[in-house]
Ligand binder design. Sequence first.
Ligand code: GSF
Length: 205
Amino acid sequence: MKLIGSLTSPYVRKVRVVMAEKKLDFELLLEDVWESDAILKSNPLGKVPCLVMEGSEAVFDSRVIVEYLDTLSPVGKLIPPSGRERTEVRTWEALADGLLDASILARLEAVWKGRAEGERSAAWIERQMSRVAAVLKAFSQGLGDKPYCAGTHFTLADVATGCALGYLDYRFPQIDWRGDYPNLKRLNDKLAARQSFIDTAPPPA
Ligand code: GSF
C-alpha cells in the first residue's frame, strides 16, 4: 500500500498513527498539494491523504481509509464492530475532523497565497475559530474523567482527538486548551507518549 500525503497534514497523521498502531506496512509518498496538482491523478478532490492499494485503486478520504485499515488486521482494533459504541467512536472522529476542518479554513483565510490581503475576512476566521472553541469544550465534556475518549480502551476516537490537539499546538500555539481543559491535557500527555504519535509528530513549523 502507498499513502500519498504530507508530514504536516493532521488527517494524514491520523492515517499514519492508525497504520503504526495496527502494525501495517506502507510506503509514504510525499506530496505538497499547495505546490503541485499531481494528487489530482489519484484523487479528483485534490486532497491528501489518499491511499493507493495494490492494483492502483485509490481510497479517500481519511475516514474511509482508517475504516478500511481497521478491517485489514485484528491487531489493535480501533473501531468497535457495531452498535452505539461504534457510532460513539465515529462521532468523536467527526468532531475531531470537524475541528481540523474549521481551523484549517481559518488558517487558509489568513495565509493562503491565492487570496489578496483585502479579500481576507476576519469575520469568517472568527466564525471558524468559534467552532474550534466549541469542539474543545465538547471534547472536554465528552471525556470527563474517563481514561480514553470512548471509555476504558484506546480507540480511533483517541487517535483523531490526539491528531486534532496536536494540530492546534502546531498551527495555533496561542490557544491555551491545556489551561482551559486539564482533562484534555491529561489525555494528550498519555497519547503523545505512544510511539505511533512520537513517530508522526509534524516537523518544526
Ligand atoms: C480532508 C483532507 C484535507 O483537507 C480527509 O481526508 O479527512 N476530509 C478530508 N487535506 C488537506 C491537507 S491538510 O490541510 O491536512 C488538503 O489536501 N488540502 C488541499 C486542498 O486543495 O484543499
